[in-house]
Design a protein around this ligand. Structure first.
Ligand code: MN
Length: 235
């Protein structure tokens, strides 16, 4: 057995609602423009195949966290999202088998340095500096699918919302998803082999906007829980 030259960083984890154990996180995939109204507010057609970007697993933060306003941005945006936790490996997963690969679901925020994302996009450069940075992936405790209420069991209905300082900014329904959760998993697994521990952020509804230090950001999905993050002065 070989030794490491220094101690590895701790395993990234997500909390689980009603369980002291954790969900060990492998990778974070995110879907772009998966609600028609959000695609339109970003200036795009509302129907195109799903596309993906990623965040590092150590960008996860827990609900209740106070996080500093991030560097290299003056247009820092919230995006409330349904998050899937993958519990079964698979490549080229058929749509009608995809739901079996979901271990659980939760409420997350895809924090975005919108000015960086747009500047890089316009130059044909990667989105990473707009999307994949420290504290960019808040995630509330996830529910195992067995604990998801019957009314939300297929992850295709239920209110999804976000407020800033208790003013509602995003308010939609999971039925507004352009590509449903099974289709997202099927598409993603055509390009990569999904593994247990992978998370998929499934896109945000319309109403995205900027937040500043001092703002309290709350969000939720009917039946799946709520999340709260407080933004503090730049670190
Ligand atoms: Mn997003």
């Amino acid at each position: 057995m070989s030794d490491y030259i220094f101690s590895p960083q701790p395993q990234a984890i997500a909390d689980i609602h009603g369980d002291d154990r954790s969900f060990p996180v492998r990778r974070i995939f995110c879907v772009g423009r998966n609600y028609a109204a959000h695609a339109r507010e970003m200036g795009f057609d509302d129907r195109e195949p799903p596309f993906f970007f990623t965040k590092p697993a150590d960008a996860l933060v827990k609900t209740g966290a106070h996080i500093p306003y991030p560097p290299i941005t003056s247009n820092f945006h919230y995006e409330i999202e349904l998050v899937l936790g993958i519990g079964k490996d698979g490549a080229n997963i058929p749509v009608d088998k995809a739901f079996d690969h979901i271990w659980g679901a939760g409420v997350g925020i895809d924090f975005t340095r919108r000015d960086q994302q747009i500047a890089h996009r316009e130059k044909g450069r990667p989105w990473d500096w707009g999307k994949a940075f420290d504290n960019s992936a808040p995630l509330a405790p996830m529910l195992a699918m067995s604990d998801v209420p019957d009314a939300q069991k297929d992850l295709s209905k239920g209110r999804i919302w976000l407020s800033v300082n208790d003013e509602i900014k995003q308010d939609a329904c999971l039925s507004d998803l352009t590509w449903n959760v099974s289709e997202i998993i099927a598409f993603c697994s055509q390009s990569v082999t999904l593994k247990r521990g992978d998370l998929i952020f499934t896109g945000t509804p319309s109403g995205v906007g900027a937040v500043v230090a001092g703002d309290v950001i709350k969000g939720g999905i009917e039946g799946l829980g709520e999340i709260e993050i407080t933004l503090t002065e730049a670190g």
